[in-house]
Ligand binder design. Structure first.
Ligand SMILES: [Zn+2]
Length: 103
């Protein structure tokens, strides 16, 4: 049984913070030497954790870092919906009726 060590990940490019991971020392050293791929060295880690080892990017920061376009698109759709609702509540017939009442 190889020793478990705590390693600090790189700083996350999204939030600037880092994280700690517990890994087997032998495998970590083998991975650092390039003897093992990250998936071979740390099969017990999640994809997010392996990504943190490689780039420092947190799983929760991944979407914000990689996906600004879908987020913008969502906001655009929401904005369009709001505008549409405004047009919907603007009922020209109401105004016409008010004008007739005034006469
Ligand atoms: Zn982060």
């Amino acid at each position: 049984m190889s020793k478990i060590i705590q390693v600090m990940t790189k700083f996350c490019p999204e939030c600037g913070d880092h994280a700690w991971l517990y890994v087997e020392e032998d495998k970590f050293l083998a991975w650092e030497r390039g003897d093992l791929l990250v998936t071979q060295a740390f099969p017990e880690l999640t994809d997010d954790e392996r990504e943190m080892l490689l780039t420092g990017l947190h799983g929760v920061c991944w979407d914000a870092y990689m996906g600004p376009e879908p987020d913008d698109e969502d906001e655009y759709v929401d904005g369009w919906d709001d505008t549409y609702d405004d047009y919907d509540s603007y009922d020209p017939y109401d105004i016409d009726r008010d004008m007739y009442d005034a006469y």
